[in-house]
Design a protein around this ligand. Structure first.
Ligand SMILES: [Zn+2]
Length: 282
């Protein structure tokens, strides 16, 4: 069933687990994410980035996800990821997304707070919850996200930000990167613990891909309730596609078979994250 993202994350926070938010952009990626969640009997967040609005019809996508979620055996939420434009947020709210992320991380704190507050007031009028980001997640390898400056989140700023904007969940920059790590990941779990004690809302970790399982588990135990995953799933599907393309009969294959195969490739990669996030507190 489709549920409110905030309620889903508050439930995760109570049981000290986290929900995977998969970046998706077509039917196969959505079905793989929902199937992975159903196999683990865990909730899931279907996340579409604003960047895909140029190629993915937002209204059509929302209708598709809502129909799949309605039939699903597990709670599903529909989230707009990394939106920089107010008009994208208005569009997502109008067509049934259950939460939106306003990314004002490139602005100074005061301006980020003012812009975020405006979005929170707008979204809450429609019962839609809001994620915001302070600090800035860097871009690693194979990512298609915007470049961030890698500034880590300051706990005192996070406290003020949440109090003054009324944001529902907060993306904390603690050293993870969008995409894969070029070297050793340097994740500041001590900083995460300080952010956790400064703010009460569920915290979000961007850049789940390539982060060692043990670090993800510790981050969940320290207060992360939502982990965004994109690149690791994409890399697995593309690797499978490349392998398939070099096989002798590739040119005779039907596209439907190729797409179904990619869905089957993505599902276990997503399932691994769903299981890890659900079991971190045990
Ligand atoms: Zn992100």
């Amino acid at each position: 069933m489709l549920v409110n993202t905030k309620e889903m994350l508050l439930a995760a926070q109570r049981e000290k687990s986290a929900v995977a938010a998969f970046n998706v952009f077509n039917l196969e990626t959505v079905q793989a994410a929902v199937r992975a969640a159903e196999l683990e009997k865990r909730p899931v967040i279907i996340a579409l980035g604003e960047r895909y609005f140029s190629t993915v019809d937002a209204e059509g996508f929302s209708a598709m996800v809502r129909a799949i979620a309605a039939k699903s055996e597990v709670p599903c939420a529909l989230h707009l990821d990394h939106a920089y434009e107010k008009q994208s947020i208005v569009r997502a709210i109008s067509c049934g997304f259950t939460s939106v992320m306003f990314d004002g991380s490139k602005y100074e704190l005061e301006q980020n707070m003012a812009l975020t507050l405006e979005i929170v007031e707008l979204a809450h009028r429609s019962g839609v919850s809001v994620e915001a980001e302070i600090g800035s997640v860097s871009r690693g390898a194979f990512s298609d996200e915007e470049e961030g400056d890698g500034r880590l989140t300051d706990p005192a700023e996070a406290k003020r930000f949440v109090e003054e904007t009324g944001v529902d969940f907060l993306a904390a920059a603690i050293g993870t990167v969008h995409g894969m790590y070029a070297g050793e990941p340097k994740i500041d779990l001590e900083l995460l613990a300080r952010i956790r004690s400064a703010v009460g809302v569920p915290l979000v970790l961007h850049g789940g891909s390539g982060t060692p399982d043990e670090i993800i588990s510790k981050a969940v135990r320290t207060g992360i309730c939502k982990v965004n995953v994109n690149t690791e799933v994409s890399l697995a599907a593309v690797a499978e596609l490349v392998k398939f393309a070099s096989s002798p009969n590739a040119r005779q294959a039907h596209l439907s078979t190729v797409m179904a195969g990619l869905q089957d490739t993505m599902t276990p990669v997503m399932r691994k994250f769903v299981r890890l996030l659900g079991s971190a507190a045990e």
